[in-house]
Design a protein around this ligand. Structure first.
Ligand SMILES: *Cc1c(COP(=O)(O)O)cnc(C)c1O
Length: 365
């Protein structure tokens, strides 16, 4: 048994999601790129690249990782590029997508050798969190005004629109896309490709894949464009757990257990979006609040049910630990960073990375 804490990536679970990606590519004609900002654990890219067209990125380091570790088609995007980065970005990218007209114009001479796109901001989104809503008031994420965007057409051959955030509902996707068409339809006919971004949870059980694929195909025929999708979470959902061990149990009105990992350091989105983790099966008569091992008072994974009382040494498997976890882990409190392990398709578990005291030291100076 491996020493906790560690993230455990299950290739069989990943493959189930990738099979949905395969169906979408076949039925809709869309190309599907992994959004590295969600998941960049390159040890499983060998499996992922068999079922995806490439990667998309949000920075120079991500675009470089995509080119070096994933291959296929490599899209570059950034909210804002720095002057000194642009040469390296172009060297690693098949396409470069600018967030604003001003960046597009500023870097036009240095990017003339690579297809360029522009991010549109249609002013509407599926986001339930203001913090993550690209269409929020005063947003900096993309250009909105169709007349100003039209001026850029000679410099670009594609658009990117990312406004489906955590969208589990095909009907909502459909209506958002219709509003985009209403507003930008005349521009869409002038480009060769349109990326519809990420956030579409097409791997959710019951998602209407047939309608989704038909809608994508119809869109791509109507405007004569190649569609790209940029999923992160939808591709890795349910594909990893965070394996932890109970270090201590206490009682303060409720039964409490402290484990050898932390929300703030290892599953940060739980804190940011005030979500509860999940454990499986979460049944039984013994209920505990599961706390992390940092000094943050509210470092809480959630409150769960167990079949037997917890004690030091009890193991817990925290579900849904693939997306936005390993890419965000940090050294807060100096607590041990979870290792990374992979459960192969044949069931064998393999440790691929451990983090040491030296890694902690090297993260600072
Ligand atoms: C965050 C993001 C994605 C991936 O989003 P998921 O919700 O993980 O699918 C894709 N494209 C862009 C532009 C993004 O900002």
């Amino acid at each position: 048994m491996l020493k906790t804490p560690y993230y455990l990536i299950d290739k069989s679970a990943l493959l189930r999601n990738l099979d949905v990606v395969r169906q979408i590519r076949e039925k809709s004609g869309a190309k599907v790129l992994l959004a590295l900002k969600c998941f960049a654990t390159w040890s499983v890219f060998d499996l992922m690249r068999e079922h995806m067209d490439g990667t998309t990125s949000s920075s120079l380091f991500e675009v470089r990782l995509g080119r070096e570790k994933f291959g296929g088609e490599t899209h570059a995007y950034s909210v804002a590029y720095a002057e000194h980065e642009i040469g390296d970005v172009v060297a690693h990218a098949d396409k470069i997508i600018f967030n604003s007209l001003s960046q597009l114009q500023r870097f036009a001479p240095k990017t003339s050798g690579v297809p360029r796109g522009l991010r549109l901001n249609p002013g509407i989104s599926a986001s339930g969190f203001d913090l993550a809503d690209p269409a929020r008031r005063f947003s900096r994420l993309g250009e909105s005004d169709p007349q100003r965007i039209a001026q850029a057409l000679p410099m670009i051959n594609g658009f990117m629109i990312h406004n489906n955030c955590e969208n589990r509902d095909y009907a909502r996707f459909d209506s958002l896309l219709s509003e985009v068409e209403e507003r930008y339809g005349s521009l869409l006919t002038h480009v060769d490709w349109v990326s519809l971004g990420g956030g579409i949870h097409f791997t959710e059980p019951g998602y209407d894949l047939d309608a989704f694929c038909e809608r994508l195909r119809g869109f791509s025929e109507k405007y004569g464009v190649q569609i790209y999708l940029e999923p992160g979470e939808a591709v890795v959902t349910g594909a990893a757990t965070l394996e932890v061990t109970v270090l201590d149990v206490m009682r303060n009105e409720k039964d409490l257990a402290i484990v050898d990992a932390a929300t703030e350091a290892h599953m940060l989105d739980l804190l940011i979006y005030q979500l509860s983790a999940r454990v499986h099966p979460d049944t039984g008569p013994h209920r505990y609040v599961i706390y992390g091992n940092t000094c943050l008072a509210g470092d809480i994974f959630g409150e769960f049910n167990f079949e037997a009382p917890l004690q030091p040494g009890s193991r817990i498997s925290i579900q849904d630990a693939a997306g936005y976890t390993m890419v965000k882990k940090n050294w807060f409190n100096g607590v041990r960073m979870p290792a990374i392990a992979i459960r192969e398709l044949n069931g064998e578990t393999r440790l691929v990375r451990e983090f040491s005291y030296q890694d902690y030291v090297d993260s600072l100076s």
